[in-house]
Design a protein around this ligand. Structure first.
Ligand code: CA
Length: 226
């Protein structure tokens, strides 16, 4: 599970990183509201843990902007603010859960799992573009002409491309999300995976094309449905 942790308190962020990494999460941490929005808009996370009192842009504002962009990633608010009004405001603005500090890390982990399970059951777990659908629970890429189960790397790539199809996904972003922890991944390796995806799209008679932007990244283009 890829997790975006937004927490400006360094010692807490560090402790959470350790605990959640032990559970098998790939944790990316940012320390202010502006960085949080940048990371969230790049996409590719299974869940977001969001502190409310943040420098540069507060958590409520970050939450509102993420939801306004159409991003449905499950978000858990982590906050020292225990008032009922804050909880209501958080949930009203599109958070999936709210946990008050101090908290038990085991409870945080249980809630993250619960919220991602709920997400997997929602119709939102289908990403749809043109005549093609990506199922985020089963990793199946399909059209009316057939379906393919994608390998893990192919899936991560396709998901990143389909989340915000008009936006270019840079080679660096692909390295970060698809080849997490691996160093010096050559652009020819990325290209190879893109070519696997292109073959599968072609076999599905998909009207989505993966467009290469020379030495920079990839984006999707939707053509006519034949
Ligand atoms: Ca804080």
């Amino acid at each position: 599970m890829r997790l975006l942790l937004i927490e400006d308190e360094r010692s807490l962020a560090c402790a959470l990183e350790t605990i959640l990494s032990d559970k098998g999460c790939l944790v990316e941490t940012v320390y202010d509201g502006k960085e949080a929005l940048r990371a969230a808009s790049a996409g590719g996370y299974d869940a977001i843990v969001l502190d409310l009192m943040l420098p540069k842009e507060d958590g409520f504002s970050v939450l509102k902007k993420i939801r306004k962009s159409g991003d449905v990633t499950p978000i858990l608010i982590l906050s020292a603010r225990a008032e009922v009004e804050d909880r209501i405001q958080g949930l009203d603005h599109g958070a999936d859960d709210y946990l008050t500090k101090p908290f038990d890390p085991q409870e945080l982990w249980a809630r993250i799992r619960a919220m991602t399970r709920r997400q997997a059951r929602l119709p939102d777990s289908l990403l749809s573009l043109g005549n093609t659908v990506l199922n985020r629970s089963t990793h199946e890429l399909s059209s009316k002409h057939g379906s393919h189960i994608l390998s893990n790397k192919e899936y991560r790539m396709m998901e990143l491309l389909m989340i915000q199809p008009a936006r270019m996904v840079t080679l660096d972003r692909l390295r970060e999300v698809v080849w997490t922890g691996e160093e010096n991944v050559d652009s020819s390796v990325i290209w190879t995976y893109i070519s696997y995806l292109r073959k599968k799209l072609k076999a599905l008679e998909s009207n989505i094309s993966i467009i290469a932007i020379r030495n920079t990244g990839y984006s999707l283009e939707v053509g006519d449905d034949t």
